[in-house]
Design a protein around this ligand. Sequence first.
Ligand SMILES: Cc1cc2nc3c(=O)[nH]c(=O)nc-3n(C[C@H](O)[C@H](O)[C@H](O)COP(=O)(O)OP(=O)(O)OC[C@H]3O[C@@H](n4cnc5c(N)ncnc54)[C@H](O)[C@@H]3O)c2cc1C
Length: 398
Amino acid sequence: MFQSTTTEAPQTFSANNLEVAFCTRSNNELKLAHRLYSMMGNQTLVKMGGAATNLALKLHLPIKGLIKKTVYQLFCGGETADEAQKVIQKLAKARVHTVLDYAAEAQEDEAGFDKVRHEILRNISLARKTRAFSYISVKLTGLGHKKLFEKLHSKISLTLEEHAAFNRTEKRLDDVCRAAADAGITLYIDAEESWMQDPMDELAETMMRRYNKGRAVVFNTLQMYRTDRVAYLKACLERFKDEAIVVGIKIVRGAYLEKEQERALKYGYANPVFTRKEDTDKSFNDAIDICLDNIQRLELCAATHNEYSTTYLTKRIRQGDLKAYEHRIHFSQLYGMSDNLTFNLAAAGYNASKYLPYGDVATAVPYLIRRAEENTSIAGQMGRELQLLEQEMHRRKL
Ligand SMILES: Cc1cc2nc3c(=O)[nH]c(=O)nc-3n(C[C@H](O)[C@H](O)[C@H](O)COP(=O)(O)OP(=O)(O)OC[C@H]3O[C@@H](n4cnc5c(N)ncnc54)[C@H](O)[C@@H]3O)c2cc1C
């Protein structure tokens, strides 16, 4: 299997080496990224752009070429998994792993769920054949209907028909987990909205119990902006205490903050997410500590663009007692974002990866709009990206 990291002990990590950070980006790519991130700073433009893009695609207006040459190029690997190979190879040269992500959003019918299952199985075969990547992400609403997850989460009984549909969902997931276990591939199950998460957690735990023998084939994702996730993490570890499996935990802060708050307000239940960023940050960093305390029976993926959390984890890895378990600790960022973290982590000898979405332009548009919306805050990610790009352009005298 693809081994990109060095066998030497990881070095001190610094996110500041921009030459390393942008080693895979040509001058033209840098300029394009700079132009796009500058445009994302304009909230009105992003809001109007998102709506206009959706409308134009519905009306079959010829805008795919424009999207493909701009925002798509920044955040996506290609229209097919084969097309994404070029980016995968480029990342591998810089010792960065790829988490291949089929960008299709939630599906609506059995044909859609079967297509996603087929696509993931195909990617597992591709990974096995090419040995170029060994991580794949899975969205459970791609394999089964979100209404089923919502009903089960709310403890509403399923009809016989729905029950059969849920069994088919579990079977699809089992098929991809079994294939991943056989092929030496790792599957990251993404976390989605809190109101469907309980049955998703149950499915993830069932698959871990079945396949995480000797290594974590299956990872569940925990959104640490949720007020209950530290407790869930502890309870999950307690459940697996006496079992001979390796628990797979990917931690994120969480992508649906506003949606979660708005829904809780609308239906009058307690807000499931923190309202202060510092509480989410603390919960994320506490989860790092809990995972590291249990690293003998766990693999951790810290999926974040946050420099403090990333640096904190590298510092803990370099402390003597974790040396034997470095291979169990992964870092991941989204393709097109926080290159200063990913490439400097990889160069310093840590397991670093990029989530690399692929899919035809129309399929990827909702993902792209989310990325654009997430990057509109000058105080947040967009400001960080622009600053780094400007510094690197200055260094290259562009
Ligand atoms: C590789 C990878 C995989 C991912 N997979 C998933 C996934 O499966 N599911 C998912 O939901 N997300 C996923 N995400 C997105 C992730 O949840 C975050 O939205 C995103 O990474 C930004 O958080 P951060 O830790 O990178 O950085 P930061 O910029 O430090 O944090 C921003 C995050 O902090 C939280 N936050 C901001 N303001 C507040 C506030 N006022 N109160 C409380 N919390 C606040 C929000 O979660 C926000 O997204 C993934 C991200 C990466 C990098």
